[in-house]
Design a protein around this ligand. Sequence first.
Ligand SMILES: CC(C)(COP(=O)(O)OP(=O)(O)OC[C@H]1O[C@@H](n2cnc3c(N)ncnc32)[C@H](O)[C@@H]1OP(=O)(O)O)[C@@H](O)C(=O)NCCC(=O)NCCS
Length: 209
Amino acid sequence: MTEIAIYGAGGFGREVNLIVQQLIKKGYPYHFLGFFDDEDKSSELGKLYLGNTAALNHWKTPISVALAIGNGKTRKKVVDRIRNPRVEFSKVISPYAVFNDIISIGKGSIICAGANLTTNIEVGEFVVVNLNATIGHDCRLGDFSSVMPGANLAGDVKLNEGAFVGSGATVLNGVVMERNTILGAGGVLTKNLDAEKTAVGVPAKTIEK
Ligand SMILES: CC(C)(COP(=O)(O)OP(=O)(O)OC[C@H]1O[C@@H](n2cnc3c(N)ncnc32)[C@H](O)[C@@H]1OP(=O)(O)O)[C@@H](O)C(=O)NCCC(=O)NCCS
């Protein structure tokens, strides 16, 4: 039996918990312990609030942790602060996601219900593929990248580390989103996006921030 907890007790944390509970119902050997969050959630969650990052760093037994944080930069900051060797970052994959011949899915990644990943796809570490996102052939999703609900990556798209594709956005065939880029919700990205840039609209244009 694997003891599992969720880091992040916000809305996405509750969604990740739904996946964990569905996996348990299907016989997955998880024992769910509760949530960690740096904000004190004890009044809301009672005994299911396990404490903050310091509490996780002092956890005395092996524990699997799912990172339920939508923003990749924040996920990275949290990962960098967790130093307890007893912590293993679990990948949490909804039983209602559709998979075909995926090359790999790295530790700490979360794949939500309705996500559909086709063929020859590589998913790095601490990636989030949210509800109903579609990931086409030959895509590469770098560490800490995020694809939000209903977004579509056409074939051969590359998301470098920390790239973020907003809800309902589309990235066209062969396009590369460099490190820490953002495509705004509903945008259509037709050309490569340089590192740290944000683009919005149809076709997406960069905005200064
Ligand atoms: C792109 C985004 C990150 C920009 O956020 P921001 O830096 O706070 O920028 P602002 O809201 O100040 O907007 C800057 C400008 O871009 C425009 N803009 C922002 N988001 C836009 C979008 N998705 N599509 C078109 N235009 C957008 C704003 O209207 C504003 O234009 P203006 O300067 O002419 O008034 C954000 O709007 C977005 O789309 N985030 C994705 C949200 C998401 O998908 N969440 C998933 C939750 S599960």
